[in-house]
Design a protein around this ligand. Structure first.
Ligand code: BG6
Length: 503
């Protein structure tokens, strides 16, 4: 977390102020920032929603949400008393100009109180079909401003395909400059994900090895035990490819694949990342079935509880063709990575919740040990575990203690919990703070989003035009469809799960 405290008067307007994201993430994050004195005394949060709430009802609801979802547990009554005075509610109907007029009055009243340098941060935590309308209404009611005084934060999904992402970028660009637009990919705010920049570019040890000469392949695996959790309506139109790969997993891939930036600066870093996306090999239609695997879960048992199959979830079509699992083999066509496969996979209702990046290095050029000594031989691997375990492991071969020469792989481990005794901020704390400082490093630039859509569009189109006849094709609590194993096995590899501790 940054040391500097933001003292610029700030008004946050949260569209979706009664929604799930605000309840679980935004309200707890803002409260924690306030409790740690990262927000000025001159600040306000205006939650907005369609339902009518009295101010005190809304405050009470937020208090309950924070108690339930904050990483720090229940609110401290003394802080809460101060914090709740900054919390307001405005009823907004997106189709009603009058409600925006009311909002403008509230905002102008606060601005008068706080002074001319007050900054506005509009957070759009609503369904994507409202993004454009809200931006236009803000503009129409003179609620927008310049780069110093006004920013807009847009939740994902940013578009539903390349065309809609371009349209949204165009619409926003008529109202805001790129410096005012903060497109969220919450993975970029995760502590372990931010650490990837430090790991790669603050250590001289790995860079000489970080290329096709030494790396054999890369895996990025983000698996979830949860199902769609009441979001069937949204998920039906999204699926794993749009929901996770187009954004989160491709961003992780960019962090592994990018060249070294010249300096730690938002545009410099985003330039290097977008170069990776542009260098990625486009899929030819005939390659899709051998490079991209999809799956959908059927019912099963997770930790002793029976769970529904995807097609039986609320809001889901009983013949749904939406994928809840996707595994893809990508290539980056540049000097550093030519010929090195990047396998990514993600899915819901899988056997484990874990996000890990595995870099597998090439084998030694010549084996000197007997076959017996190297029965459990494994090439060197670097495993970056993003969550729930937060660690970096370097797997090396070692001689097992004993009278015989027998080798086995052991882990050299950097583990956050064992190394630091400070808490880890939630991704949304980091991202909200960065938005208030005007730091766009961890936000998606318009061209990045479009480049990511461009890459996945051939797969989306192929899957939409060619329904799967095998769905559902994996049971809950499994590792996904067998074809996903075959995707990687045919190249001689297998998917890694969290490595065992040193034995
Ligand atoms: C969201 C997706 O962006 O990320 C969800 O819409 C997914 O479907 C979630 O569950 C995963 O985030 P995290 O932080 O729990 O890994």
């Amino acid at each position: 977390m940054k040391k500097k405290k933001n003292l610029i008067p700030t008004i946050f307007v949260i569209f979706g102020g009664t929604g799930d994201l605000n309840k679980r993430k935004l309200a707890p994050a803002l409260y924690n920032l306030y409790a740690e004195s990262y927000l000025p005394e001159k600040f306000s949060i205006i939650g907005t929603g369609r339902t009518h709430f009295e101010e005190n009802q809304y405050r009470e609801m937020m208090r309950e949400n924070i108690n339930q979802f904050s990483r720090n547990g229940e609110v401290n009554p003394a802080y809460w008393e101060r914090f709740e005075k900054h919390l307001n509610y405005a009823e907004i109907d997106i189709d009603s100009p009058q409600t925006f007029e009311n909002l403008a009055q509230t905002v102008n009243g606060l601005k008068e109180k706080y002074g001319p340098d007050t900054q506005m941060i509009y957070y759009l935590a609503v369904a994507p079909n409202f993004f454009g309308k809200i931006a236009q209404s803000l503009h129409k009611h003179k609620l927008t401003g310049n780069e110093q005084t006004c920013r807009i934060v847009i939740e994902k999904p940013f578009g539903n395909d390349l065309e809609s992402a371009k349209e949204l970028n165009l619409l926003l660009s008529k109202i805001f400059t790129e410096k005012q637009i903060y497109r969220i990919d919450h993975y970029l705010g995760k502590e372990t994900v931010q650490n990837m920049m430090a790991f790669r570019f603050a250590n001289s040890l790995f860079e000489p090895l970080w290329n096709r000469n030494h790396i054999e392949h890369v895996q990025i695996s983000v698996t979830e035990q949860l199902g769609v959790e009441g979001r069937g309506g949204y998920y039906e139109d999204a699926g794993a490819l749009r929901d996770m790969i187009q954004n989160h997993l491709l961003q992780l891939l960019c962090l592994v694949g990018m060249e070294a930036p010249i300096r730690f600066n938002a545009d410099e870093i985003r330039d290097r990342k977008v170069e990776v996306l542009r260098a990625m090999r486009p899929f030819k239609p005939e390659e899709i079935s051998s490079h991209a695997i999809r799956g959908q879960y059927s019912k099963g048992w997770v930790e002793g509880k029976e769970v529904l199959g995807y097609r039986d979830e609320d809001g889901v079509d009983e013949n749904s063709n939406t994928e809840t699992f996707a595994a893809i083999k990508f290539f980056i066509d540049n000097w550093r990575w030519q010929g090195i496969p990047f396998y990514v996979r993600t899915g819901k209702r899988l056997n484990q919740t874990s996000s890990i990046i595995t870099i597998q290095f090439k084998d030694v050029p010549h084996h000197i040990f007997s076959n017996k000594a190297i029965e459990s031989w494994q090439q060197n691997r670097l495993i970056i575990s993003i969550q729930p375990e937060m660690s970096i492991r370097l797997q090396v071969q070692a001689k097992r203690p004993g009278l015989k020469m027998a080798l086995n792989p052991v882990d050299m481990v950097f583990d956050y919990h064992g190394t630091y005794d400070v808490g880890t901020p939630e991704a949304y704390e980091t991202l909200l703070l960065d938005a208030t400082y005007g730091d766009q490093t961890l936000f998606m630039r318009g061209d990045q989003v479009e480049a990511a859509w461009e890459l996945v569009m051939p797969i989306i189109n192929a899957w939409e035009n060619n329904k799967s006849i095998s769905f559902p094709n994996y049971p809950a609590d499994s590792w996904g469809p067998e074809e996903a194993e075959a995707l990687i096995a045919k190249d001689g590899f297998h998917w890694f799960t969290l490595p065992l501790k040193n034995k």
